[in-house]
Unconditional design. Structure first.
Lengths: 133, 124
């Protein structure tokens, strides 16, 4: 199957946006929220920022997209607020920053992570080139 | 008269006709794209020119009119549909100015988003 695209009909012709591009924007939005970490799975890290099948999925609607996210929350952070923060950040960035209409943003909190493990994760992800500037 | 493959012809006059290679149009479109803020080549530092431009730019001719399809990346932080529309306008303008061929449509395919920090920059 060819890569899915969001199709926008414009006066000068069609604009199509690959969903993977939108997933990259959504993933970046999630990274900005405090208290969220990639999912931890036995046998290693499941990075939610790595790809569509791994925790962040953008699906196609009519001239809009829906987002589904699986996250882990660091223990000590209010889970509900963090999840709402994620919903808000993803919607804001896709709509405000990318100018793409968003339908639903569903967040599934799959795990909580003890803060000391979260620190280890942070170091690992920094090695991967993440930088808060 | 035999129609040469890969060329887009202007309606000829009595003094002869001018034919423009599709690759030329593709190159013009690619150059126009580099001038639009928020648009980046999906790979490498610049849009390919000449024959290599075919990979990213598709030029179609129907009844003396041009349709262009182009694959691009959008720089993170720019509104995708807006910069895509600006790109459409820019390409139409540039191609029409430089070739005098009417451009009917410019289809833009955003295949990825690039993050500015992917480019090497010096930071403390």
């Amino acid at each position: 199957m060819a890569e899915q695209k969001l199709i926008l009909e414009r006066p000068l012709g069609r604009v199509s946006v690959h969903l993977s591009a939108l997933e990259a924007i959504a993933a970046r939005a999630v990274e900005k929220v405090e208290g969220v970490r990639p999912l931890l799975r036995s046998g290693g890290l499941m990075n939610i920022f790595a790809g569509p099948e791994e925790g962040l999925v953008v699906t196609l609607g009519e001239e809009q997209v829906d987002v589904e996210l699986r996250i882990a929350v660091v223990l000590g952070y209010p889970v509900h607020e963090v999840a709402q923060g994620v919903q808000q950040a993803v919607r804001e960035d896709l709509e405000g920053l990318a100018g793409i209409k968003v339908g639903r943003v569903d967040v599934f909190v799959k795990q909580v992570i003890p803060p000391q493990e979260a620190l280890v994760l942070e170091e690992e992800s920094e090695e991967g080139g993440e930088n808060d500037g | 008269m035999a129609k040469e493959e890969g060329f887009v012809a202007e309606p000829g006059s009595q003094e002869g006709k001018v034919s423009i290679s599709r690759d030329v149009i593709a190159t013009i479109a690619g150059l126009a794209a580099t001038e639009v803020e928020g648009i980046a080549p999906p790979k490498g530092e610049s849009f390919p020119r000449g024959e290599a431009a075919r990979k990213l730019v598709d030029v179609e001719l129907a009844d003396g009119r041009v349709r262009i399809g182009i694959k691009v990346a959008v720089v993170y932080g720019h509104p995708v549909s807006e910069v895509a529309q600006r790109l459409q306008e820019k390409i139409k303008e540039e191609v029409e100015k430089m070739t005098a061929l009417p451009v009917d449509a410019v289809e833009v395919e955003v295949i990825r988003v690039v993050f500015p920090e992917e480019e090497p920059l010096e930071e403390g």
